[in-house]
Design a binder for this molecule. Structure first.
Ligand code: PLP
Ligand code: SF4
Length: 363
């Protein structure tokens, strides 16, 4: 029998300034008056949000410079979302590979644990679009306790990845409760959190939060930046505070058509991230998710990006480019073809600049 943690902690929703998020009225008014969007376009957006909700932090909204810029495309609904006839609700079969509530356990030694049902904004390309901001993703203390019990009973799990939604959008006392419980489990060696907060509402990275997280080391955080326009004094400061708390930071991003599907933009993003102490970790090919088809590129685009930056900028700046294979196949790396031939005698390689090189095999 699992005891609910409701008795032990009181979970309060964090107190937020009203002005931290735009209301729908404010958004529609600004779209009409500031960005001069037509009545038809605004009607389209209203149709989309009947199906896929809209939420934007004021900070992120203020990064928009013009209609359809790389920030706009990430946060403003597009009619293509509901006209999308391809794509699947859950292409990664996360629900099927869920042996306990909130858990996806696919790899031998690690699991995903969804601890938050919300985010600072709803990214239009989200892989969990099917449930973001809807009643399909409901986190409660009872489920959290069952999930922790699952991890406790599975001794092979040495790495727990806290996600959501956005892991850092969970109430702070809930984050504390979960970290404390996980740290009591001897076989849990590392804990990772996935969060877009440093990018989408960086002032929520407070000293209080950093002081809390650093009590539970080794903690790793994967942040999520998509475009150089997201690198601002505020996001730099948020990452600096986390890094100063001793937390290694990685970046996971998605290859997005019309946003970052270009080696120069991606190179700028990755160099900018290194400067703010964030190591690019994964670049994901966009998943085959219903409602996001207009963001997908072909795979050659990703290969060309990696080929176009490898060797030209610091090796530290190069992420693994992966396809999260449909049906729960997991993340599979895609590497440009540097290996031209391989036999018992020698290997023929091509370097970043296109020069052929030969390496003799051991005889
Ligand atoms: C991405 C993912 C992980 C973590 O994978 P790493 O390659 O170790 O970063 C674990 N479980 C699931 C279900 C995932 O999707
Ligand atoms: S922050 Fe992450 S989980 Fe939340 S909507 Fe964006 S991509 Fe999805």
């Amino acid at each position: 029998m699992v005891q609910s943690c409701a008795e032990k902690i009181s979970i309060q929703k964090p107190i937020r300034f009203i002005s931290e998020y735009l209301s729908l009225d404010e958004i529609f008014s600004e779209l009409e008056h500031k960005f001069c969007l037509s009545k038809e376009k605004i009607e389209e957006i209203k149709q989309v949000i009947e199906v896929y909700p809209l939420k934007i932090s004021r900070y992120y909204w203020n990064l928009i410079k013009s209609v359809d810029d790389p920030i706009w495309k990430q946060c403003i609904p597009n009619i293509a979302e509901i006209r999308d006839q391809v794509g699947e609700e859950d292409p990664l079969a996360e629900e099927r590979d869920s042996p306990a509530p909130l858990i996806t356990h696919r790899y031998p030694d690690r699991c995903l644990f969804l601890i938050s049902d919300t985010c600072e904004m709803y990214c239009r390309f989200c892989t969990r679009k099917r449930k973001m901001g809807t009643e399909k993703l409901v986190i409660n203390l009872e489920k959290i306790d069952v999930a922790i019990e699952y991890i406790r009973n599975h001794h092979e799990i040495r790495d727990v990845i806290l996600s959501g939604g956005d892991a850092l959008c969970a109430p702070i006392n809930m984050i504390k409760y979960i970290l404390k419980k996980l740290r009591e489990i001897a076989h849990v060696e590392i804990i990772r959190l996935g969060s877009r907060v440093p990018c989408t509402n960086p002032q929520r990275i407070t000293q209080e939060l950093c002081d809390l997280l650093k009590q539970f080391h080794p903690i790793y955080i994967n942040v999520h930046f998509e475009h150089p326009n997201e690198i601002t004094p505020e996001s730099i400061k948020a990452c600096e505070m986390l890094a100063n708390a001793g937390i290694p930071l990685g970046n996971q991003n998605v290859l997005l058509k019309g946003i970052n599907d270009d080696p120069t933009i991606m190179g700028e993003l990755y160099k900018g991230l290194l400067k703010m102490r964030v190591k690019p970790y994964y670049l994901f090919q966009a998943d085959f998710v219903k409602g996001t088809n207009h963001f997908r590129t072909n795979v050659e685009t990703g290969i060309n990006i990696i080929h176009g930056i490898r060797g030209f900028i610091s090796g530290l700046a190069i992420p693994h480019y992966v396809i999260d294979a449909p049906n729960g196949g997991g993340k599979i790396p895609i590497i440009p073809d540097y290996l031209k031939s391989l036999d018992e005698e020698k290997v023929i390689l091509e370097n970043y600049a296109g020069k052929k090189c030969e390496y003799l095999q051991v005889q």
